[in-house]
Design a protein around this ligand. Structure first.
Ligand code: ADP
Length: 426
């Protein structure tokens, strides 16, 4: 279901469509949502002030705290009786927040996920093993509806219960799987333990997201499951998974479905937009939602925007892999560090496995970072090499502990927390 009239829209048409959709969204928020009415008034703005895409930067951001302050239904712009579904963020950072969908929103959700799954390689008629968690988390039900919309046969396995997952994969022989990248590695281990090789596993395409992952992990998942693995990105506040997805043949940045979600990347300190290609915080506006559209939502996710890809025919911009959330950023003796940067620095050390944990502690006024990483071999020489590479490529001094394969925590089906902060436990 490649939709050329949307995905390959000439850029001037796309920009014109975005402007008119943004104008409609701002007008809707002004009319129906008291918090926005107040924010616009405080900024001295009315919907008429949005006359070009560039004007958007004058409008206020929406932040997670705004959802908490108006919990549960304060940001909704339809009557409660129009709601057809409620989801909640998984609460990775703080108290959960709820989001709502009306009939239109569910159709948009299914459409963008169908587009994403198609970009990931899925084709109508394939079987789809959906191992994202079902429930309040958007991952399970969101990808489910998109799979049905694309014409896949969806197996609603949900997360966890690894042995059962493996049996279902053996028996039903699905071509497509979706789950978190850390759980894909757990499934790869379990399949290998049952004597499978990539050739005996039916899966061909893996659609992985909901947490940051690296090229090292991609290589590992692809080699061990015998799949092409693409990145799917999204968040409940904007819709859920399916804000963007990589193309299976290209795998260099995820196409952001810009006819529904307007992206900006801003400087985390000043909030000012940075040019495409530069890193900053991703800010998204939902332009086609009706139950709960959000204006300039501060995702906290650090990435950069890339131009559309000529090879795939899509004109929409791509976003690079997420380096981390701005609240995952570790500041170590004045240097900003994201967990994925450390992983990337070690990509070519063949003995290391993509299972690691970062432990932050404090001695006196100094923060210390310990990298615990699984390795096929333990030895002072390799440990020294890890410390040296991280110092050289990330710019911070760390300590390293090489751990036995299988000894560090694994995903239990959902998102994996890699940072253990002992400083707050004092
Ligand atoms: P929560 O904020 O409680 O985790 P969500 O379940 O909506 O709520 O998760 C959305 C967040 O998950 C995103 O803001 C982002 O930090 C992370 N995320 C989702 N997809 C990806 C991805 N492909 N790569 C990296 N991070 C991702």
């Amino acid at each position: 279901m490649f939709n050329p009239s949307a995905e390959a829209m000439p850029l001037p048409d796309l920009r014109a469509l975005q402007l008119s959709r943004l104008q409609a969204t701002v007008a809707r928020l002004q009319e129906r949502v008291p918090m926005y009415r107040q924010k616009f008034a405080e900024a001295g703005l009315t919907p008429d002030d949005l006359t070009s895409l560039d004007d958007l930067r004058r409008f206020p951001f929406t932040r997670k705290a705004d959802l908490r302050d108006t919990y549960p239904f304060g940001l909704f712009s339809v009557p409660r009786s129009d709601l057809r579904r409620i989801h909640a963020s998984s609460g990775t950072s703080g108290k959960p927040t709820v989001v709502g969908y009306d009939e239109n929103d569910l159709a948009v959700f299914a459409e963008v996920v169908a587009r994403s799954l198609y970009a990931a390689g899925a084709r109508p008629g394939m079987l789809f093993h959906n191992a994202y968690g079902y429930g309040l988390f958007t991952g399970g039900l969101g990808t489910h509806a998109g799979g049905e919309r694309l014409g896949l046969g969806v197996v609603p396995v949900s997360g966890g219960g690894t042995e059962r997952q493996v049996s279902l994969i053996e028996d039903l022989e699905p071509e497509v799987i979706a789950c978190t990248p850390s759980y894909a590695l757990v499934l790869a281990d379990a399949l290998a333990a049952r004597g499978h090789t990539p050739e005996t596993i039916s899966l061909r395409y893996a659609v992985l997201g909901a947490e940051p992952w690296s090229e090292t992990m991609r290589r590992e998942v692809e080699a061990r499951l015998g799949v092409v693995a693409t990145n799917i990105y999204g968040l409940s506040e904007i819709i859920g998974p399916g804000v963007s997805n990589e193309d299976a043949a290209e795998r260099q940045g995820s196409y952001l479905w810009e006819d529904h979600f307007y992206p900006e990347v801003v400087d985390p300190a000043t909030g000012e937009p940075v040019p495409d290609g530069e890193d900053g915080v991703l800010v998204l506006t939902s332009m086609t939602r009706t139950a709960m559209p959000l204006l300039r939502y501060w995702t906290g996710d650090i990435t950069r925007l890339l131009p559309g890809g000529n090879a795939t025919g899509r004109t929409m911009r791509r976003m690079d892999g997420i380096r981390g959330r701005s609240d995952d950023m570790l500041i170590l003796r004045g240097v900003n560090v994201y967990p994925t940067q450390i992983e990337a620095a070690l990509a070519h050390l063949a003995d290391l496995r993509p299972h690691y944990q970062l432990v932050l502690s404090r001695t006196g006024t100094m923060d210390d970072l310990l990298l615990r990483i699984e390795s096929a071999h333990q030895g002072a020489e390799l440990r020294g090499e890890v410390v040296r590479l991280v110092k050289m490529m990330v710019g911070v001094s760390i300590a390293c502990e090489l751990c036995e394969p299988g000894s560090l925590p694994r995903s239990e089906g959902g998102k994996l927390r890699r940072v253990v902060d002992l400083r707050t436990a004092r």
